[in-house]
Design a binder for this molecule. Structure first.
Ligand code: MG
Length: 434
């Protein structure tokens, strides 16, 4: 069984992700690390999984520090003082899900090699139980949120903007309202009380899930609306007119301000809009596989100053390699205090995008992609790190097999006539499917 997905171990609580499994993860990890810091999001099942992990970690001799209900970036930042970090969260998934995500001291999630090692050890039951007098020490630390706030305050200026902040009843309610207030903002909160049933809205901060925030920004005459997902590693925004700002737009805006006049390197996944390349002209744009952990790896590899994923994951290595929605919110406040968000959006180039899927059996995907690559190669510059992306004069197309479903996804973006570009790609995939 494949335990780890692109976002760690995740599944339905007490069915796929059980205390027995968490105990084993704890035993395996605790047999390899001497110290660990652990935190959790507000999900109903989180304390159950967290306690099983603590039992496993201490039983194998690892000293555990528990920091309680925190955001994922708070946990990842706290990991700097330990050999590893453990976050019990299912991020933006619905209430019935839970997950375990493991962190390195620099705030980078465990990479695939580290995950494979843990997975193999669980299968082989490769762990040690220590004698009673070597059982890991357990302690609680209530300072992690304060430390994270203080670190962010050193990196931003702050301003007196009026902000509506929607924490979606997630972990963001433990930190973002306090941070923004301390930065001088007038903060109106929505759903700031953590509640694992997520009664207010779906925890994923998408345009359709943020109708309350969009309305509140207009009605309160606020300068900015900010929304988090369930564990606040993500952040999305609404401009002062109550309009949702797309992930590609935010990616470009953060990029411009992070690069400044120095024009550094920015890392983005392969499906990011070419609007980012055009807006950040002069900066080097490096593309990676889709998934925030690949973006983080890319940033580390190229020594980039910033990277992000249009889903709302913004990574600033000056704080950690974990997407930090809390820091991103504070950073956006600085940006918007210089220029209104709607005006910043007007400066961005805008291209048409078209997306679609075609059915394709999982076992046929590899062969299909080989054929598609041969057909697309003559059309332009090919990038094949995650599906096949081909760059042409007028735009680009991406053909990418779905990781979870029997489908292949086609994306096209064009300066003009996106339909023509999309149909060209679709025709190639259809023929290759025959
Ligand atoms: Mg998340």
């Amino acid at each position: 069984m494949k335990l780890f997905g692109s976002s760690g171990i995740r599944g339905i609580a007490n069915k796929e992700i059980t205390p027995e499994l968490a105990l084993k993860v704890g035993l395996v990890l605790g047999s390899r690390k001497k110290t660990a810091v652990i935190g959790r999001d507000p999900r109903v099942s989180a304390p159950m999984i967290e306690h099983a992990l603590i039992a496993g970690l201490t039983a194998s001799g690892c000293a555990v520090t528990e920091i309680g209900l925190v955001t994922t970036p708070t946990l990842a930042y706290a990991a700097r003082n330990y050999e590893c970090g453990v976050m019990v969260t299912a991020s933006h998934n619905p209430s019935e899900y839970i997950g375990i995500k493991l962190w390195n001291p620099d705030g980078m999630a465990f990479d695939s090699a580290q995950q494979d090692e843990i997975e193999r050890a669980i299968e082989e039951e490769s762990f040690t139980r220590v004698p009673w007098n070597l059982i890991g020490k357990f302690e609680e630390d209530g300072n992690a949120i304060r430390d994270h706030i203080n670190k962010i305050k050193k990196l931003v200026k702050g301003s007196s903007l009026k902000i509506v902040l929607d924490c979606g009843c997630g972990a963001g309610g433990t930190i973002s309202p306090y941070l923004l207030q301390e930065l001088g903002c007038e903060v109106i909160t929505l759903n700031a009380q953590p509640d694992g049933h997520f009664p207010a809205r779906n925890p994923e901060p998408t345009d359709e899930n943020l109708s309350m925030l969009k309305k509140a920004v207009v009605e309160f005459g606020a300068d900015l609306g900010i929304a988090h997902d369930g564990d606040a590693d993500r952040m999305m925004a609404v401009d002062e007119k109550g309009k949702f700002v797309s992930g590609d737009e935010l990616l470009a805006i953060f990029g411009l301000y992070e690069c400044g006049s120095s024009k550094g390197t920015v890392v983005v996944p392969v499906d990011t809009s070419m609007m980012v390349d055009d807006y950040l002209e002069g900066s080097e744009i490096v593309r990676t596989r889709v998934g925030d952990v690949y973006v983080a790896e890319g940033i580390k590899l190229c020594g980039a100053i910033y990277g992000g994923e249009p889903s709302g994951s913004w990574i600033f290595p000056k704080i950690s390699y974990c997407p930090d929605g809390v820091y991103a919110a504070a950073r956006l406040v600085d940006i918007v205090s210089e220029k209104k968000l709607s005006e910043l959006r007007k400066e961005l180039p805008c291209y048409a995008t078209k997306r679609g899927t075609l059915p394709c059996a999982n076992e046929k995907k590899a062969e299909l992609m080989k054929k598609v690559k041969a057909k697309l190669e003559p059309l332009g510059e090919v990038l094949d790190i995650d599906g096949i992306r081909v760059e042409m004069e007028n735009g680009w197309v991406l053909v990418r097999p779905s990781g979870t479903e029997a489908k292949v996804r086609i994306t096209a973006e064009a300066r003009e006539n996106v339909d023509e570009l999309f149909e060209l790609a679709e025709k190639i995939v259809r023929e290759a499917l025959k």
